[in-house]
Structures are given as structure tokens and as C-alpha cells.
Design a protein around this ligand. Structure first.
Ligand code: ATP
Ligand code: MG
Length: 317
């Protein structure tokens, strides 16, 4: 199966992140983001209703849940792209309520989008420069002292080039972003997010629509973020990917957090299986969500076996 990362070396998992039994809202030893009673409704629909959530620092946390669970809405709320009806949340000990998106990014919390926001009519390099931390709010100062911005511009360009090299996009730096493949645009968006030297990187479906070769390098890049000391919170539908790279998994359904814990434990949780599968328990979680290509029957059988062990006759060959 193309997206099964079992051929890749298993990354080292970070454990000991929580205090007490894993359950929705469980305390973390060192939380970087804390959410309290955040809700957002659209008309009569409650898109998000999170009582309490702590995101562990220095780890890779996957945010999973069926379509419409509220994952993207939660991302929007946390990053200042949308405003909740109720609730408070903090990043690195400071409240982010009412803080606009660009200031959230300046404080070190950046996000990418499910539908990539790479600007097609700008070049790859221009897109990267837009991600630099101090682009906003100092226009007059910069224009008065061109020698300052020239130096900064050179530094910004150097950082952009370094990141483009790392993401294998350097050769494309003068191409319009519109000419990139979907996968390359995902890479560009991730590289651009790193221009602001973040401490928390939030990725909304970074692997969706990316071909298997690029998926592997994206996985590598996500693992690198953690190695460099950053915290990662990512939304992903492919359970094989989640299992492979996540240290911690938070599960949302109908706006609420319904489970959290280490990947293997969470995926055995009957509430999680139910939320995803409803009555279709013979189907792979990844197949349900449409993100796994290839032999879905075999994938389903493998996962079913993992979930139900020997007591099931259906999971075998
Ligand atoms: N701007 C909006 N106006 C009205 N309803 C919205 C809006 N944004 C989201 N919703 C609704 O809120 C719910 C949660 O949507 P959201 O996009 O957060 O889900 P998701 O978990 O990211 O799903 P997916 O896995 O499909 O990306 C859905 O029912 C969606 O239709
Ligand atoms: Mg979404």
C-alpha cells in the first residue's frame, strides 16, 4: 500500500507527556497550549466545543477525527483566523484571546492550511518572504532606514534559500507558485511557516493530496521539526501516518475532544472506533476517510486485526 510508512525507520517516540490516566482534557507535564471552554457555533451547528485541552510541548501531537469534527475550526480559533463564542486559550503561558493572526504568528505559533494558501501569482521566493517574522508593522521605520532593511532583506533571503534547499524547492525559487504540483505547494507552505522561526507549528492535513514520494519527505520534515525542538500539532486522516509519527493523539468528534492518549492506545478506544466507523467496523479508518490509496480491503483487514486481535475471524487472510 502506497501510503503505509511501515518501510520507514520507526522514529523515536516521546513518552511521559501526561499526568494521570489518558482521558479527554488530561493534564500535560509541560503544556505549550491550553484551551478552556472554547466553543464556536455556526447558526444552529456547534462546530467546536472543547472543555479543556493541553498540547504537550516538544512532541508531535496528531489531531484526528471524522470529517466535520471541528479540527480546522479549532485551528482557526487558536490562530486568530476566527473568534470563538466562548472560552480562553493560551500559548506559552500568555492568553491569545483577541490576538490577530499575524501577531499569533509573531509570538511563535504558526499554522498551515488544509487548502494551501500559497499565492499562485507570486514566485516561490516571494511567498517565502511573506512568511518572515517582521514583515508587518514596521513599514515606516524600514523605509526611513533602507540600510536596515537591506540587511534584513539579505538575511530573510538567506533564510528562505536555506529552507528552500531543505525542502528541495530551491531550483524552483523563481517559478510562480501556481506552476508547482499540489505536493510541492504543501512543502512550500510548510517552508514558509518556518520563516518566522516558530515554536509551535500547526499543520492542517499536510499530507493530503501529496504523492507517496513527497509524503515520505514531508514525514521526515515533520520529524525534523521535533528534533529541532519545535512542537507540532497536525491534523491527519491517514491512521498509518498518525501511528508512525505521533507521540500523542487527540480525537475530536462533533466539536468535542472524545479521547486522547498515545497512538496505539487511542486507536483501540471503542469510542474512537465508533466515531469513525459507525456501523462499518470492517473498514480501515484510513479508507473510511478516503486518504489511503491502494488495496483498501487488505488495509482494512490489517487494521481490523490490530484492533481486535485473535478473537476475530474476519481479520485473517
Ligand atoms: N464558516 C463556516 N460556516 C458554517 N459552517 C462551518 C464553517 N466552518 C465550518 N463549518 C462547519 O463546522 C463543522 C466543522 O468543520 P471543520 O471544517 O472544522 O471540520 P474538520 O474536522 O476540519 O473536517 P475535515 O476533516 O473534513 O477537514 C462542519 O459541520 C462544517 O460544515
Ligand atoms: Mg479540516
Amino acid at each position: 500500500m502506497s501510503s503505509n510508512p511501515s518501510s520507514l525507520p520507526t522514529p523515536e517516540k516521546t513518552t511521559g507527556l501526561h499526568v494521570g490516566e489518558p482521558a479527554p482534557g488530561v493534564a500535560k507535564v509541560d503544556p505549550i497550549m491550553v484551551v478552556d471552554n472554547v466553543s464556536r457555533t455556526f447558526g444552529g451547528l456547534t462546530a467546536v466545543n472543547v472543555e479543556h485541552l493541553e498540547v504537550p510541548r516538544g512532541a508531535i501531537t496528531a489531531l484526528i477525527g471524522p470529517n466535520g469534527a471541528g479540527k480546522t475550526t479549532l485551528f482557526n480559533l487558536m490562530t486568530g483566523f476566527d473568534t470563538p463564542d466562548t472560552g480562553t486559550w493560551s500559548f506559552d503561558g500568555s492568553s491569545l484571546a483577541g490576538v490577530p493572526a499575524f501577531k499569533v504568528a509573531q509570538r511563535g505559533q504558526v499554522r498551515t492550511f488544509q487548502l494551501t494558501k500559497a499565492l499562485g501569482l507570486l514566485t516561490v521566493m516571494e511567498n517565502m518572504k511573506l512568511g518572515a517574522k517582521d514583515q508587518k508593522g514596521e513599514g515606516i521605520f524600514r523605509s526611513l532606514f533602507p540600510f536596515i532593511w537591506k540587511k534584513q532583506d539579505a538575511e530573510i533571503e538567506a533564510r528562505a534559500l536555506e529552507l528552500l534547499e531543505r525542502f528541495k524547492l530551491a531550483k524552483l525559487k523563481d517559478e510562480f507558485a501556481a506552476s508547482l504540483s499540489g505536493g510541492q505547494r504543501k512543502l512550500l507552505e510548510m517552508a514558509r511557516a518556518l520563516m518566522s522561526v516558530p515554536t509551535l507549528v500547526m499543520l492542517d492535513e499536510p499530507m493530503a493530496g501529496v504523492n507517496p514520494a513527497l509524503t515520505e519527505s514531508l514525514l521526515g520534515h515533520i520529524l525534523d521539526l521535533k528534533k529541532q525542538g519545535m512542537t507540532v500539532l497536525f491534523v491527519e486522516h491517514d491512521m498509518h501516518m498518525v501511528r508512525h509519527i505521533a507521540d500523542w493523539v487527540v480525537v475530536m468528534a462533533e466539536g468535542a475532544v472524545i479521547a486522547e492518549g498515545p497512538p496505539d492506545e487511542v486507536m483501540k478506544n471503542p469510542a474512537v472506533v465508533d466515531a469513525y466507523l459507525g456501523s462499518h467496523q470492517e473498514v480501515d479508518l484510513g479508507v473510511v476517510t478516503g486518504r489511503i490509496e491502494g488495496d483498501s480491503a487488505a488495509a482494512a483487514a490489517a487494521l481490523f486485526e490490530e484492533l481486535h486481535g485473535d478473537e476475530s475471524g474476519k481479520g485473517g487472510k
